[in-house]
Design a protein around this ligand. Sequence first.
Ligand code: ZN
Length: 303
Amino acid sequence: MTVRTPYLGRFAPSPTGPLHIGSLVAAMASYLDAKVHHGQWLVRIEDVDGDRNVAGADQHILASLQRCGMLWDGEVSWQSRRTGLYQQALRQLGELVYPCGCSRKEIADSQLSLTGRQAQALIYPGTCRHGLAPGKNARALRLKVPQAPHCVLHFDDRWAGPVSQDLTDEAGDFVIKRADGFWAYQLAVVVDDGAQGVTDIVRGADLLDSTPRQLYLQQLLGLPRPSYLHVPVVTNELGEKLSKQTGAMAFDHGAAPQQLLQDAMLPAARLLGMELRADHIDAFWRAAVPAWAQVLRNLPNPR
Ligand SMILES: [Zn+2]
């Protein structure tokens, strides 16, 4: 008898608009990965950024998942109802957290000499690390990243292969509670995955860059490290990430199943490297599970 490693995956959409082809690709990959590994699949609504939430988008996304035949295990969770957990994690981080009084503009001005990717990411120069300057008010809370020696984190992404990032140079002390009072994504996602016991994270490659910050938080909070698989993000011919803002990726979730397959599910599967044929939704999933297992066999890292 073989003993399987328990698998708990999740799909964690932000309720900023309806599910579109790009987010459907991520949902489909995480759902299929859970099915292939005989695991469970949770849905968590990442509504921690209160300014970006669109009323009703959470229910719309859940209805789309159901119509596509992606049924989750257990209860759906909402980050906005879990702030007690984030507060507790903040206490646990203790003296590694400090208040920062810098505006975005001040951080940008301090690094005009940087170019390209580093400047875009606005790496914090550590201005308030040793206390707020007189006259400054605390705006955000930041987490100290070790300076000497540098904090370099490595992980093996199942799709992208080995990834390493020097947090000291490439991220700097990062925000865990924002100036607008909302919890930062980095903290919320780590705390939730830890609290829910998520073992396997399958999501879009736009989050690959922030994974090392999450690994660092996991270490500090004593949480186990999940396995990661970042699927390529759907881009347009200019290489720009297609998002709900572009409108190009929308699909009508109320369409008849046949139409939903043609307009959304089969194209999403194709973006994951699966050429499927199916004329109804059950048949789609019967074909997609073994097709995903085949995709996995060609990846750099097995689970
Ligand atoms: Zn500061």
